[in-house]
Design a protein around this ligand. Structure first.
Ligand SMILES: [Zn+2]
Length: 139
């Protein structure tokens, strides 16, 4: 666990799926890829990355796996009860996870700095000012 003092908590709509994460996120940004758009029914997914060792999940998930842009698997976790999309990455297997920031108990604690896959962005999915823009996945 990191000792930076930052602590994030959140979960799904019904409360059955919860998480807590500690320390600074590895990244924080908006993903405008077509898969995130479809998975969320929204224009983008606001997300933060954490090392697996920095985040704890509780509750059951339904998992959906699709092909990621890098050729690997993109695993998305939904609450088994209410269907909310809460986090990415396979628990117990992946070494990092993405937390979907709309699920935070305190959404004001999310501070996005990057916008990724903006080549897939519909015109109405507006990018906030001051984000560093990447047409695809930053290398
Ligand atoms: Zn739920």
């Amino acid at each position: 666990m990191s000792d930076s003092g930052k602590h994030y908590t959140g979960g799904c709509l019904c409360g059955a799926l919860r998480y807590e994460a500690n320390g600074e996120p590895l990244f924080a940004g908006h993903c405008y890829c077509a898969d995130c758009r479809n998975a969320s029914g929204s224009g983008f997914i606001p997300c933060m990355g954490f090392a697996s060792s920095a985040v704890l999940f509780s509750g059951q998930t339904r998992i959906f796996t699709s092909k990621a842009a890098n050729g690997g698997d993109a695993v998305r976790n939904f609450c088994l009860i209410c269907g909310s999309l809460v986090f990415g990455g396979e628990v117990g297997k992946d070494d990092s996870h993405t937390i979907y920031a709309g699920s935070l108990d305190d959404p004001s604690s999310f501070r996005p700095t990057i916008a990724i896959f903006t080549r897939n962005r519909p015109i109405w999915a507006v990018i906030p000012p001051d984000l560093t823009i990447f047409e695809a996945m930053p290398s």
